[in-house]
Design a protein around this ligand. Structure first.
Ligand code: DX5
Ligand code: ZN
Length: 229
């Protein structure tokens, strides 16, 4: 990793205590999280339902860093303003969520948030070739979206292709799914700089015992930076 592309760890609250999101977000931030990753699912684009803008607005004051909202919903456009009003700093839509990802990314940026575009494992890097100038982040899914705790799918070739396509443009490559200290070096080595991790951050701890969150975050970061022993 070059020093200019510092690794960011984004705990996913999908693996946190759903009855205690505010305290979970605050604990993860206090323990070293750079971003908080918020998984919105609609039971239509993915076979699971989580929560919507009201929950995002409720947790926003408990997040000291970036609120990174991953929309696993279709359609997207009608809800962009609601999520931006709820405090999303980054709003990521799936390229597979509809026929007009270009329009969606334009709308996200016009609403004042940074725009992300996500790719399912079966979708090639080339699907975002003509929207990269509208994107601040490309999210490479390393599981099929819908659930936490799934097995990592190696997308290294896609990550390398995207890194080449992006060149020196200021666009993050985020990895989502199955990231832990074993898989983090694979994706960081291929060119990713934002690592989402749910189970691997929240395991072993709680809001009353948050120290394991910090240990887990440091382990993933160290592994990604190549210093894990
Ligand atoms: C999956 C979600 C992920 C998920 C990652 O649909 O987008 O953010 O929470 O969870 P882990 O890290 O447990 O694979
Ligand atoms: Zn996600």
């Amino acid at each position: 990793m070059s020093a200019s592309r510092a690794i960011k760890i984004a705990p996913s609250i999908l693996a946190a205590d759903f009855a205690n999101f505010g305290a979970e977000c605050a604990a993860a931030c206090a323990q070293g999280a750079d971003w908080i990753h918020v998984d919105v699912m609609d039971g239509h684009f993915v076979p699971n339902i989580t929560f919507g803008p009201a929950t995002c607005a409720a947790i926003r004051p408990h997040i000291s860093g970036v609120m990174d909202v991953h929309l696993m919903i279709s359609p997207v456009d009608a809800y962009i303003e609601d999520f931006v009003r709820a405090g999303a700093d980054i709003l990521t839509a799936h390229v597979e969520a509809g026929p007009h990802i270009h329009r969606t990314l334009q709308a996200i940026r016009a609403s004042g948030a940074k725009a992300g575009v996500a790719l399912n494992p079966g979708t090639p890097a080339e699907a975002v070739a003509h929207v990269l100038d509208l994107a601040d982040l490309v999210c490479v899914m390393t599981v099929n979206p819908g659930f936490g705790g799934q097995k990592f799918i190696d997308m290294s070739a896609k990550i390398r292709t995207l890194r080449e396509m992006i060149g020196d443009r200021p666009i993050h490559i985020e990895i989502d799914g199955g990231v832990d200290p074993t898989t983090a070096p694979i994706v960081a080595g291929a060119g990713a700089d934002v690592l989402v991790a749910g189970s691997a951050v929240f395991r072993g701890g709680s809001v009353d015992n948050p120290a394991p969150y910090g240990e887990n975050i440091r382990a993933i970061r160290a592994a990604a930076e190549g210093t894990w022993v």
